[in-house]
Design a protein. Structure first.
Length: 515
C-alpha cells in the first residue's frame, strides 16, 4: 500500500472538483453576470465576493454563484478537524487533534486518506493522524463482489435479526486480515452465534454450581486451603499466555488474530476441557469446589474482558449476570480490586510472567490431554458407545505419581471405569489389547471383541512408518548447520522431541512383536 500511496501522490493529475448534487459544500466561485465564465472571483462568502468583485470590476456588478458542489472527498477530507469545532480553537480540537489511528478501506487511500492529509496540513499545519489502518473489502463466500444485479448481497440487518449483532461483528473482525478482502459466509456468522451461546452457557454452569462452595468458604476461613490442581495451573497458565499473545496482536493491529485467540481459548480449552474437569473437581469436596469456582471466575472474567471489544453485548450481559451471582453468593470470590460497575470500563487484562514451575505443570497436563484424546480416538475407531466405560492400563514410568494424581480426570474424560483403571510404572504388554504410545506413556485398552486386531496391527505398522520418517527428519536436522545456528532452547526442544519419538517407536515395535 506504500507503493499505491506514493504512486498517487507522485503522479498528480488535474481532477474535476465539481459535482451536480443537492448536498455538499457549494463551490465558492462567483461569476460576473453578463460576462463569460472567465470573469469570476473566489471568496468565503457572498459579501466578501462582492467586495472583491467591486474592487476588480467596478461598483455596478452582479454576481452568480456556481450551482455545483465540491467533490465529496473535499468535504469529507475536513472530517478529522471539522468535527472538533474547527475553525474555532476549541478544547476538543486541542485535545483530540491530531488523532493516532485512521481506519478505512484500502480502496480509498487517495480519494479520502490523502485528502485528509492534504487539508490537514493546509488548514492546521499538522498531519491529522499518525497511523493508517487499512481493512479489506467484504465479498460473498465465493470471493465475488456483492452487487444487486448478481443477487449476492448479504443484508446486515437481516443477518443480525437472525444471528445477532455480536455474531456478525465478531465474524467481520476475525474473518479477515489487514488489507486483505474477506469472503463472508452466513454459515460462519451462525457458527459465531453458537460461540456467543457457548459463552452464555459456560456462565450459567458456573452460577448453577456456586452453592457447592459454601462449606469451602468456611474451611478457607479456618486457614485451610486446597492447592491448585494440575488442571487449575494449566488453565491459568494458558490464560496468561493467551492474554500476552492477544495484547501483542492488538498492539500490532492484528485484530482478527487477537479475536481468534480468545475464541480458541474460551471454546477449545476452557469450555471443552476445563469445564469438563471442573465437573469432577466441584464434586470432590467443598474446599476443592471453592478453589475451582475461584479459578472459573478468574478465567471467565478475564476472557470476557479480552472478548468485549469483539462481542460487546453478549459479554457485557454475561459479565453482569456473573457479577450479580457471585456478589449474591457471599463467597468473597471477586476480581482483584473488586467488581467494577460495568465490563466496558473494567481494567484491560495484562499478562503476568509464567514461572518455570507453572510451565512445567502445564506441559505435563498438556501431555495428559493428548493421552485422553488418544484414548477417545481409539474408542471411536473401535465404535465403543460413548456411554460404555472401558478398562485401561496406563504405563507411566517416571510420570506414574503425576498420572495417578490425575486418575479421576482421566477416568471421567476418557470414559474409563475407575475400578478398572490401572496406572503403573512398568507392565508387560497384554495380548489382544489396543496399544497407544505417547512419549513417557503407553496405554493398553483391552478391547477384545470390540476391535479388529488385524486392523490394529495395520494401524500400528502405519504409525511406526510415520514415526520412522519423522525420526529420520529430526536426526538429519540435528546433524545439519541448524544445530549450530539455532538458539540452544530451540535445538533442545527438537532433541527432546526426537527422544520421545524414539521411545514411542521402540514401544510400538515391541507391541508389534507381541502381536
Amino acid at each position: 500500500f506504500n507503493k499505491v500511496w506514493e504512486h498517487w501522490l507522485g503522479n498528480i493529475r488535474p481532477w474535476c472538483i465539481s459535482r451536480q448534487l443537492w448536498w455538499g459544500h457549494r463551490i465558492p466561485v462567483y461569476y460576473i453576470e453578463g460576462s463569460n465564465e472567465a470573469d469570476f472571483v473566489v471568496a468565503k462568502s457572498e459579501a466578501e465576493a462582492y467586495a472583491i468583485a467591486q474592487e476588480k470590476y467596478g461598483q455596478d456588478v452582479k454576481l452568480r454563484q456556481d450551482p455545483d458542489v465540491l467533490d465529496t472527498w473535499f468535504s469529507s477530507g475536513l472530517w478529522p478537524f471539522s468535527t472538533l469545532g474547527w475553525p474555532d480553537d476549541t478544547a476538543d480540537l486541542r485535545r483530540f487533534y491530531p488523532t493516532t489511528v485512521m481506519e478505512t478501506g484500502y480502496d480509498i487511500i487517495f480519494f479520502w486518506v490523502a485528502r485528509m492529509v492534504m487539508q490537514g496540513l493546509l488548514f492546521t499545519n499538522d498531519i491529522p493522524f499518525e497511523t493508517i489502518y487499512l481493512h479489506g473489502l467484504v465479498r460473498d463466500e465465493h470471493g465475488k463482489k456483492m452487487s444487486k444485479s448478481t443477487g449476492n448481497v448479504i443484508d446486515p440487518l437481516e443477518v443480525t435479526a437472525n444471528y445477532g449483532t455480536d455474531a456478525l461483528r465478531f465474524t467481520l473482525l476475525t474473518g479477515g486480515s489487514p488489507g486483505n478482502d474477506m469472503n463472508l459466509a452466513v454459515s460462519k456468522v451462525e457458527s459465531n452465534r453458537n460461540f456467543a451461546n457457548k459463552i452464555w452457557n459456560v456462565a450459567r454452569f458456573i452460577v448453577a454450581n456456586l452453592g457447592k462452595a459454601e462449606e469451602g468458604k468456611r474451611e478457607k476461613g479456618k486457614g485451610e486451603k486446597e492447592e491448585l490442581t494440575a488442571a487449575d495451573v494449566w488453565i491459568l497458565t494458558r490464560l496468561r499466555e493467551v492474554t500476552g499473545q492477544a495484547n501483542r496482536l492488538l498492539d500490532a493491529f492484528n485484530f482478527g488474530e487477537a479475536g481468534g485467540q480468545g475464541y480458541d481459548f474460551l471454546w477449545g480449552e476452557f469450555a471443552d476441557w476445563y469445564i469438563e474437569i471442573a465437573k469432577v473437581q466441584l464434586n470432590e469436596s467443598a474446599s476443592r469446589a471453592y478453589m475451582t469456582l475461584s479459578v472459573l471466575q478468574r478465567v471467565l472474567d478475564d476472557g470476557l474482558r479480552l472478548l468485549h471489544p469483539f462481542i460487546p453485548f453478549v459479554t457485557e450481559e454475561t459479565w453482569q449476570q456473573l457479577k450479580a451471582a457471585f456478589v449474591a453468593s457471599g463467597l468473597g470470590i471477586a476480581p482483584k480490586g473488586g467488581w467494577p460497575e460495568a465490563l466496558i470500563i473494567a481494567d484491560w487484562p495484562q499478562s503476568r510472567e509464567v514461572s518455570e514451575g507453572q510451565r512445567g505443570i502445564s506441559a505435563e497436563f498438556t501431555r495428559l490431554q493428548e493421552l485422553i484424546s488418544k484414548i477417545r480416538a481409539a474408542r471411536a475407531e473401535a465404535k465403543v458407545p460413548p456411554s460404555k466405560r472401558i478398562a485401561a492400563t496406563i504405563v507411566a514410568g517416571e510420570k506414574v505419581k503425576f498420572a495417578r494424581s490425575q486418575a479421576g480426570v482421566i477416568a471421567a474424560l476418557a470414559r474409563i471405569d475407575s475400578d478398572n483403571l490401572a496406572i503403573v510404572a512398568t507392565a508387560d504388554a497384554p495380548s489382544n489389547a489396543v496399544t497407544i504410545s505417547l512419549g513417557d506413556y503407553t496405554i493398553y485398552l483391552p478391547l477384545a471383541g470390540m476391535v479388529d486386531l488385524e486392523k490394529e496391527k495395520a494401524r500400528l505398522e502405519k504409525e511406526a512408518v510415520n514415526m520412522a520418517k519423522e525420526i529420520k527428519r529430526l536426526t538429519g536436522l540435528l546433524n545439519s548447520p541448524f544445530a549450530q545456528k539455532a538458539p540452544a532452547a530451540v535445538v533442545q526442544k527438537e532433541k527432546d522431541k526426537l527422544a520421545l519419538l524414539e521411545k514411542s517407536s521402540a514401544e510400538i515395535a515391541q507391541r508389534l512383536a507381541v502381536m
